[in-house]
Design a protein around this ligand. Structure first.
Ligand code: ZN
Length: 80
């Protein structure tokens, strides 16, 4: 993973959206680095950030949860 991608992931982890993180990071770079960052695709950033995120698990039974579901499929607990 490039240092640019790592930096963008860190910003997304801090709560920025992908494009917000890119804009924030671009503001701190010179033109050459900025160009490199603009060439990183949105999907690449999303993939890198989701790869780093821990797998969500049910608070009650520990079953793995899919990211889009808000209810545990094993015990039915609604997830916050
Ligand atoms: Zn559960």
């Amino acid at each position: 993973m490039s240092r640019h991608l790592r930096r963008l992931c860190a910003l997304v982890a801090d709560g920025f959206g992908v494009e917000e993180a890119r804009n924030e990071y671009l503001a701190s770079l010179d033109a050459d680095d900025g160009l490199a960052v603009l060439q990183i695709s949105h999907d690449e950033i999303v993939a890198a950030t989701t790869a780093r995120a821990p797998v969500p698990r049910c608070d009650r039974c520990g079953a793995r949860l899919s990211r889009k579901r808000h209810r545990c499929s094993r015990c039915g607990l609604r997830q916050m």
